[in-house]
Design a protein around this ligand. Structure first.
Ligand code: NDP
Length: 481
C-alpha cells in the first residue's frame, strides 16, 4: 500500500503532524535525516495508525501515491533549500512539496518560482498552534498554486482545527508566499495581543493595587466578556501560579526580559517596506527588545533617571471602575491592533498580487492557533457580505464598541502617562485612532520643512494636480515645481 502523504523532518512539529494525519486514517510515510528520530516516533506512536518507515528520500518518494505530497518540516532557512535540492531529482511533474515550517515568505516566493520552472508544485503553508496544535488540530494557512490545493486541501482540512460552526481552520490563501505571509502577520498580532495584556496586568497592579492572584480572578472574569480568548484564559493560569521555591507568585520571580524568535521582527520589517502603520505590532517588538537588549542600561536608568511629578508607584486606588476601564481599553487597543494587521494584509495583497479574503483569514484564526478568540468570529462576520469595510474599525459593530470604550481608553492612557507606567500599545493604538480620524495632520508642517531644507515640494489643498515649491532661500515666492 502506498502512502497518501510523506513527512520529512520529524522533530516535534513534523512528528505531531504525521501522527495527526495517521489518526485521521491516512497512510503516512515517515522520513528524517537521522533515522533515529523516525524509529523513536514509530516506537512511541507507531500503533496510532498506518506508517511507512523510510530511511532515504528515495524510499520516501517510492512509498508515495502520485501526485506525491511531501511535507517538509525541517528547520526554516537553508535546511529547507537543502531538502528541496535533494528531493527534486527524485520527483515527477505535478508532485507537491509542502513547506510547513516558519519560512520567510520571500523565500517561499523564490522557491515556488524555481520549482514551477521544473514542473513541481511548491506550497508554503503557515502552521500555527505549536506542538499541541500540530497533534490535535492546528490553524493552517496554505499558499502555493491553486491547482495543488485540489490534491492537498482535503488532507489539510481533515487535520486542521475545527471552528464552532464545524468549518476547518484551513483554506487556500493565495499563490506563492501568501500563506507564509499571513502566518507571519498572525505572529505579529500575537506579539501585540500579549504585550497589551502585559500592559493591562501592570496597570492593574500599579494603579489598582491588585496582586497577581487577584488579577487571575479579574482575567477569568474578562474571559467571559468580548475579550474571551486563549491568551486571556492562560494569563489567569500564569498569574495564579505560585512559585514552589519561594512561595511568591511565579510572575514575580520570572526575569522580565522577553525573548523572540523573529517572526514579529519580520512583520515589522515588512511593514516598513510596505509603508503599513502597524504601530501595535512594532511597539510590541520594541517592548521586547527594550526589556532584554541592554540590561545594564536599564539598571543605570533606575538609578539616574527621575520619575517626575506623579511618577511614583504609590497611591494605589482600589477602584473597580478603573479595572473596568482597563478592560475596555484592552478591547479597543486589540481592535486597533487587528485593524492594523488586516490592513497590512490588504497592502501586501496589492504589492504581491494576492487577493486576500479577510473574512476567510479571520475564520482560520478562530481555533487552533494562539490568537484564537471570540473576537475573530465577529471580525469574520464584519468582512462577510457585500460591503466589506475599508478598515476593520469602520464596521458598525466596532464603531459602536470603540465609542463605548473611548472614555475608558483615554482615562487609562492618561493615568499611565501621569503615573509613569509604560503602556506603549494602549497609547500607540489610541494615537493611531486619533490620527486616522483627524481632519488635518501635522504632516503639513513636515512637508513645509522638507520643502525648506530639501526642495522636496508639496501639494496645495486648493489644487489637486499641481506640485509646488517655495523659494525659501530666495524671495520666498511660490513656484510650480
Ligand atoms: P526544528 O526547527 O528544531 O528542526 C529540526 C528538524 O530539522 C529535524 O528533523 C532535523 O533533522 C531537521 N533538519 C535540520 N537541518 C536539516 C538539513 N540540513 N537537512 C535535513 N534535515 C534537517 O523542528 P520543529 O519541529 O521545532 O520545527 C519545524 C518547523 O516548524 C520550523 O520551521 C519551525 O519554525 C516551525 N514551527 C515550529 C513550531 C514549534 O512550536 N516548535 C510552531 C510552528 C512552526 P535531524 O533530526 O536529522 O537533525
Amino acid at each position: 500500500q502506498k502512502a497518501q502523504i510523506g513527512v520529512t523532518g520529524l522533530a516535534v512539529m513534523g512528528a505531531n503532524l504525521a501522527r495527526n494525519f495517521a489518526r485521521h486514517g491516512y497512510t503516512v510515510a515517515l522520513h528524517n535525516r537521522s533515522v533515529s528520530k523516525t524509529d523513536a516516533l514509530l516506537e512511541a506512536h507507531g500503533s496510532e495508525g498506518n506508517f511507512i518507515r523510510t530511511e532515504t528520500l528515495q524510499e520516501l518518494v517510492d512509498s508515495l501515491e502520485t501526485p506525491r505530497r511531501i511535507l517538509v518540516m525541517v528547520k526554516a532557512g537553508a535546511p529547507v533549500d537543502a531538502v528541496i535540492e535533494q528531493l527534486v531529482p527524485l520527483l515527477e511533474k505535478d508532485d507537491i512539496i509542502i513547506d510547513g515550517g516558519n519560512s520567510y515568505f520571500q523565500d517561499t516566493r523564490r522557491r515556488e518560482r524555481e520549482l514551477a520552472a521544473q514542473g513541481i508544485d511548491f506550497v508554503g503553508v503557515g502552521v500555527s498552534g505549536g506542538e499541541e496544535g500540530a497533534l490535535l488540530g492546528p490553524s493552517i494557512m496554505p499558499g502555493g498554486p491553486r491547482k495543488s490545493y485540489d490534491a492537498l486541501g482535503p488532507l489539510l482540512e481533515d487535520i486542521a482545527a475545527k471552528a464552532e460552526d464545524g468549518k476547518p481552520c484551513c483554506a487556500w490563501i493565495d499563490t506563492d508566499g501568501a500563506g507564509h505571509f499571513v502566518k507571519m502577520v498572525h505572529n505579529g498580532i500575537e506579539y501585540a495581543d500579549m504585550q497589551v495584556i502585559g500592559e493591562a496586568h501592570e496597570l492593574l497592579r500599579a494603579v489598582a493595587g491588585l496582586e497577581p492572584g487577584e488579577q487571575a480572578e479579574v482575567f477569568e472574569q474578562w474571559n467571559t466578556t468580548e475579550l474571551a480568548s486563549y491568551l486571556i484564559e492562560i494569563t489567569a493560569h500564569v498569574l495564579r501560579q505560585v512559585d514552589a521555591r519561594t512561595g511568591a507568585p511565579l510572575i514575580d520571580v520570572i526575569v522580565d526580559a522577553a525573548g523572540q524568535k523573529g517572526t514579529g521582527r519580520w512583520t515589522v520589517q515588512e511593514a516598513l517596506e510596505l509603508g503599513s502603520p502597524v504601530t501595535a505590532i512594532a511597539e510590541s517588538v520594541f517592548a521586547r527588545a527594550l526589556s532584554s537588549a541592554e540590561p545594564e542600561m536599564r539598571l543605570e536608568a533606575q538609578r539616574v533617571l527621575p520619575a517626575g511629578i506623579g511618577g511614583t508607584t504609590e497611591d494605589v486606588v482600589h477602584d473597580p471602575e478603573f479595572v473596568e476601564d482597563v478592560r475596555k481599553a484592552l478591547y479597543a487597543s486589540k481592535l486597533v491592533s487587528y485593524a492594523q494587521g488586516l490592513d497590512m494584509l490588504t497592502m501586501a495583497g496589492a504589492e504581491y498580487g494576492w487577493d486576500l479574503d479577510l473574512a476567510t483569514i479571520a475564520s482560520l484564526w478562530r481555533e487552533g492557533c494562539i490568537i484564537r478568540a471570540q473576537l475573530l468570529e465577529v471580525i469574520m462576520e464584519a468582512y462577510q457580505g457585500e460591503a466589506a469595510p475599508a478598515n476593520l474599525l469602520f464596521a458598525p459593530q466596532f464603531v459602536a464598541a470603540i465609542e463605548d470604550a473611548l472614555p475608558s481608553w483615554r482615562r487609562v492612557v492618561a493615568r499611565a502617562v501621569e503615573r509613569g507606567i509604560p503602556a506603549p500599545v494602549f497609547a500607540s493604538t489610541l494615537n493611531y485612532y486619533d490620527s486616522l480620524r483627524r481632519p488635518r495632520l501635522n504632516a503639513a508642517l513636515t512637508q513645509g520643512l522638507r520643502d525648506y531644507f530639501g526642495a522636496h515640494t508639496y501639494r496645495r489643498t486648493d489644487d489637486a494636480e499641481g506640485v509646488y515649491h517655495t523659494l525659501w532661500s530666495g524671495d520666498r515666492s511660490e513656484v510650480v515645481a
